[in-house]
Design a protein around this ligand. Sequence first.
Ligand code: NAD
Ligand code: TDX
Length: 337
Amino acid sequence: MKTYLVTGGLGFIGTNFIKYVASNRKDIKIINIDSVTYAANPDNIDEEKTINYKFYKIDIANNDELSEIFKKNKIDYVVNFAAESHVDRSILNPSIFIKTNVEGTLNLLKLSLEYKIEKFLQISTDEVYGSLGKEGLFTEKTPLSPRSPYSASKASADMLAMSFFHTYGMPVLITRCSNNYGQYQFPEKLIPLTIINALTGKDIPLYGDGKNIRDWVYVDDHVKGVLAVLEKGEFGEVYNIGGRSEMQNIDIISLILKKLNKPLSLIKYVKDRAGHDRRYAIDFSKINKELEFNPQLNLDKGLDLTINWYLENRKWWGKIISGDYRNYYKIMYERGK
Ligand code: NAD
Ligand code: TDX
């Protein structure tokens, strides 16, 4: 039985990863460490009911706390999801992004080296490649060109991880996925924000001309890609993961409103995000050919599942939008109103 140290497992993708592994890989033990920031939800995973699972509240940027976990447990694989993950927050306050995404990753790398872990998987993002024009796709060979404090911190973490492979021969793997959506996503991100605002009769803020393009992937497909890399990937390699679903923001918001039977008049054009990346589009032919990964859900089906989840889990997001999130929302969207 292998033990995975999963970081950030109370956030959106980490939660989905742990639930998938717990149901589909009975021979894996998971230790989840998460510092429980605003983006975490301790109710996501029921420790009592989840087999081979243990949770500890640990900040990866705190090396002393983190080293205790390595000291007390025999860890085989590390999967690093923990991060500050929202571009808009990185524009408001970049420092915490460096602390968690860069220093936290470095702490994990150093301890993983010391304790000779078998595999280290850094969960990265397509945003490290920067912004595309109308043509072309990001491949693993596209030079890194991050343009926000968030993506700069993620690119730094990628480079540190790869430096541990080259310098110390550490068994490092990196995945770079496009925009995820699905169950348990925090309401600050475009798709849950659109669904929740539509359900609560609030305007949907659309940045700039609304024609920025994102390449959407259903979170379960990302999770399957991560497992494929963890189980079959080659050390020192980067694997792009995508969902083959490019769409302009205006179109995806309109599609969600149509599915919810809500009026397009809810859409409000607002000031553009500073340094707003124009287009992301991912070429994932490497993982497709080498590791036989293929996304299972198209955007239409994935959105139906996501919308249903938010309709059936009003308590989950109701608690969030009535808490601290209100202050963030005011600063982001209601300043000057
Ligand atoms: P999220 O913000 O929903 O969750 C992040 C989790 O990390 C939270 O539970 C938070 O409490 C935890 N965390 C933050 N700082 C920590 C610290 N110092 N120590 C321990 N835990 C800490 O993010 P997400 O959307 O689930 O993203 C997970 C990972 O996937 C991130 O590394 C992100 O860069 C990457 N990613 C996300 C997307 C996407 O579309 N959401 C796409 C590609 C890659
Ligand atoms: O209110 C909004 N209005 C709007 O027009 C918000 C929150 C977003 N947008 C636009 C900005 C982007 O073009 O929608 C698009 C998607 O925005 P986000 O959901 O904030 O995602 P993005 O900035 O593309 O980054 C996401 O994908 C890559 C994740 O948040 C990252 O963690 C991941 O690495």
